[in-house]
Design a protein around this ligand. Structure first.
Ligand SMILES: CC(C)(COP(=O)(O)OP(=O)(O)OC[C@H]1O[C@@H](n2cnc3c(N)ncnc32)[C@H](O)[C@@H]1OP(=O)(O)O)[C@@H](O)C(=O)NCCC(=O)NCCSC(=O)CCCCCCCCCCCCCCC(=O)O
Ligand SMILES: Cc1cc2nc3c(=O)[nH]c(=O)nc-3n(C[C@H](O)[C@H](O)[C@H](O)COP(=O)(O)OP(=O)(O)OC[C@H]3O[C@@H](n4cnc5c(N)ncnc54)[C@H](O)[C@@H]3O)c2cc1C
Length: 675
């Protein structure tokens, strides 16, 4: 048996796809170890996939698009129960990476009844509950004796947490907090799994003590009777209805009618309220926002994975889809031969790699900050908040764009739910909104950038943190791209730094200038906000490039290094062209340099072409995880599309009741009236 570099090759596969895999120049298992940050993790992913493949009870009973929402929820609950029961046979206990993979394989991306339990409820209790509170609730939550969510957003307010309407008013006499929803707009609205699944929630409410508003605080709140699952007295609760996607998750509404909880249900690791109502403030004003920072840190990787789902589907399909000719004397070509198709897909393949590398760095920083905050050191919280605010916005935006490009790259079949593209898009694009609407989060990063710009302007550049140190450096007079013999990325990085620095300082100038002219700070901020957000995007895109460069520098295997270097070349040239307005406007990059950048882009599209399928195969998504007929590993698309269509519920009978009831009588009466 021949050992190929691409480990996805199997006998009997579509020969067009096998031909693509044979040309791969690197070992896809080794690349998976880069993507998943260690050989051990990549291997464990494969082992988990194999275990699941052998357990039919963990497979979908029919394709998701053929199920109603109720059926999906039932099916997902069935599988969730099974994986909870057999968890220790499949994954290492409490290994969140393995749990994430297990969930993606078995439950899929549409959510499940405990989605928010894992991603926000447990992290909120871990970071914000005191040790005593953790003994009471956290172990039960981890054991899944109770199911919880994170209830913050309201019908009338999501972004602006200071204006939430849900109040938690301290009653000194009974040592209780009274939770209350004063209006319809104060109803909690959106929290995942709040509607039907959860019996507890970490609720965010404005805390009032003796008439004083202490702002948003987090409370552990029982919602439903643990035995009957009926809503408790004083609680109004339900599902908010179907959404664009993510419909297995019961996003919900919740209202409180003077609902009492003990004082000790305020999460008290960092903040306390004494029995007499004395407030002990936390070491950082935003420490209660930790569950949001948790998701923002992890969702970068989650988004990269969803982008890669779509790219795997589109790249594999483009290798088996033949349409038209390039040389009219030759047979029809694979659509992947078209430069336009490559230009549509390959830069996003590069972005997906860039995002997953940036995501890994973000999680590392998050874990460090988590440890430090637990010991009372909050010094890195602002940096982490700025970084994750920018990354969640930029990455979710390009992920949604990339998925949509991948869908269109599949032509008509991309529009069929057999491709699964619409669900992937729908779930991923939610990331532009949840955990802080993208514009709003870019503006959070802009606050940090403006402060940094002001250090530069006042000659205090030495005080800049490592993420923004480049703002204090001097630019060359022009970019040296194509003017130096170096083959590295230093000139590109310097060019991105120049662009981000110039835009940041310019936007800050605009803001400070407006204030100097007498505008109040918030008005000046609003009038500068488009320019400020441009700066935030450029800063974040620079960070992503740098994270990519750092990773490529670390890679030792020469075959991996070569293909990752090709991808990085593609990335920097594509990014620079995409932001060429900024590069050209002060003459830092000339139009002839941009011609060079364009040529480089086309060169690397062609160079990557033989590795395209191996680059997407390296993510090692199983067919079960991808849930896409077009993206099948074996490339047998057409026969399976036909089988999929035949399985459509509409094809159960030859004549639909709607035809019997309406169309037949309509046609008959039309015929009769002609007589
Ligand atoms: C930040 C706000 C916009 C404003 O908040 P405030 O009004 O309180 O701020 P102020 O104006 O008073 O002060 C600003 C000030 O505070 C600093 N700040 C703000 N936040 C933080 C923070 N978190 N840390 C540190 N500092 C912070 C800020 O920098 C300013 O400092 P300066 O004054 O010095 O400039 C706030 O209102 C806000 O955050 N709004 C957004 C609301 C929001 O995000 N809501 C989220 C609700 S929960 C939700 O949406 C859940 C969705 C979950 C969906 C499912 C997700 C599934 C994803 C799965 C991914 C898993 C993948 C795993 C993969 C893997 O890892 O393998
Ligand atoms: C799939 C999904 C899952 C969710 N899960 C949860 C959950 O589990 N728990 C939970 O509590 N919430 C959840 N949410 C809610 C989510 O966090 C909020 O919808 C999100 O934070 C945006 O807030 P908003 O809806 O109030 O938007 P708005 O703030 O009303 O945004 C509307 C528009 O106003 C703009 N805007 C608002 N404020 C400003 C500003 N200061 N400056 C400039 N522009 C501004 C925005 O950019 C946007 O264009 C979920 C939402 C979705 C879509």
């Amino acid at each position: 048996m021949v050992h190929h570099q691409n480990k996805a090759i199997r006998e009997g596969d579509n020969p067009d796809l096998t031909a693509e895999r044979v040309t791969g120049t690197f070992d896809t298992h080794s690349m998976a170890a880069q993507i998943y940050n260690s050989e051990a993790h990549a291997r464990r992913r494969r082992e988990i996939t194999e275990i699941i493949a052998k357990r039919p009870e963990l497979h979908d009973t029919k394709p998701f698009p053929f199920m109603t929402r109720e059926e999906k929820i039932l099916e997902s609950s069935r599988k969730l129960t099974l994986i909870t029961k057999h968890m220790n046979e499949i994954i290492e206990p409490n290994n969140s990476n393995e749990m994430f993979h297990l969930n993606n394989e078995v439950l899929g991306i549409e959510g499940h009844p405990m989605a928010l339990h894992g991603i926000m409820f447990i992290p909120a209790l871990t970071a914000q509950a005191s040790e005593e509170q953790q003994k009471k609730w956290l172990t039960r939550a981890i054991n899944r004796e109770i199911v919880g969510t994170y209830a913050q957003t309201e019908l009338g307010h999501g972004t602006n947490l200071q204006n939430l309407e849900t109040t938690a008013t301290y009653d000194v006499a009974t040592q209780e907090f009274v939770l209350h929803t004063p209006t319809i707009t104060g109803l909690k609205w959106w929290p995942g799994n709040l509607g039907k699944s959860s019996n507890y929630a970490v609720v965010v409410a404005l805390m009032f003590i003796k008439g004083k508003n202490y702002g948003p605080h987090t409370f552990m709140v029982p919602l439903r009777d643990e035995k009957t699952h009926q809503p408790l007295k004083g609680i109004t609760i339900g599902d908010i209805g179907p959404k664009i996607a993510y419909n297995v998750t019961d996003n919900g509404f919740l209202g409180f009618d003077h609902y009492r909880i003990p004082r000790t249900n305020l999460l008290m690791r960092h903040t306390r309220v004494e029995p007499d109502g004395t407030y002990v403030k936390p070491p950082h004003a935003k420490i209660n926002y930790s569950a949001m920072v948790h998701v923002r840190s992890h969702m970068i990787t989650g988004q990269a994975i969803m982008l890669s789902y779509a790219l795997t589907i589109a790249t594999r399909y483009s290798s088996v889809r033949r349409q038209g000719q390039i040389d009219t004397t030759q047979p029809e070509v694979k659509v992947l031969e078209y430069q336009t198709q490559q230009h549509r897909l390959f830069p996003y393949i590069a972005r997906a790699y860039a995002f997953v590398f940036a995501g890994a760095e973000t999680v590392k920083l998050y874990e460090r900050v988590l440890e430090e905050v637990a010991t009372g050191n909050v010094s890195l919280m602002a940096d982490l908040h700025a970084l994750t605010s920018g990354l969640k916005s930029v990455v979710s935006h390009y992920t949604a764009q990339g998925i949509e490009q991948a869908r269109m790259a599949c032509g008509g079949h991309g529009y069929s739910q057999a491709s699964y593209m619409s669900e992937i898009f729908g779930v991923a694009v939610g990331g532009c909104t949840y955990e802080g609407e993208n514009m709003v989060m870019l503006l959070q990063l802009a606050r940090y950038l403006v402060k940094s710009a002001s250090l530069v302007k006042t000659g205090q550049s030495s005080k800049l943190g490592p993420l923004v140190a480049y703002l204090g450096a001097k630019s060359d007079s022009t970019s040296l791209i194509d003017r130096t013999p170096t083959t590295g990325f230093a000139e590109y990085v310097k060019t991105f730094q120049h662009i981000a620095r110039r835009q940041t300082l310019k936007a800050a100038d605009k803001f400070f200038g407006l204030m100097e002219k007498g505008e109040k700070r918030p008005i000046a901020w609003n009038k500068s906000s488009v320019e400020l957000n441009r700066a935030s995007r450029l800063h974040t895109r620079l960070y992503i490039v740098e994270a990519f460069v750092r990773r490529v520098e670390e890679v030792a295997d020469p075959r991996l290094k070569e293909v990752l270097t090709d991808l990085l070349h593609l990335h920097v040239n594509y990014e620079l062209l995409d932001m060429s307005t900024y590069a050209l406007e002060d003459g830092f990059v000339s139009s002839s340099q941009l011609d060079y950048v364009r040529d480089q882009l086309y060169f690397y599209l062609a160079k990557i072409r033989p590795n395209a399928v191996s680059l997407v195969d390296s993510w090692e998504f199983s067919d079960q995880e991808l849930r896409s007929v077009l993206g099948r590993r074996d490339g047998h698309v057409y026969e399976n599309l036909f089988a999929w269509a035949k399985a459509s519920p509409l094809n159960k009978t030859d004549v639909l009741p709607s035809v019997d009831k309406y169309l037949k009588p309509l046609m008959e009466s039309a015929r009769a009236s002609k007589l």
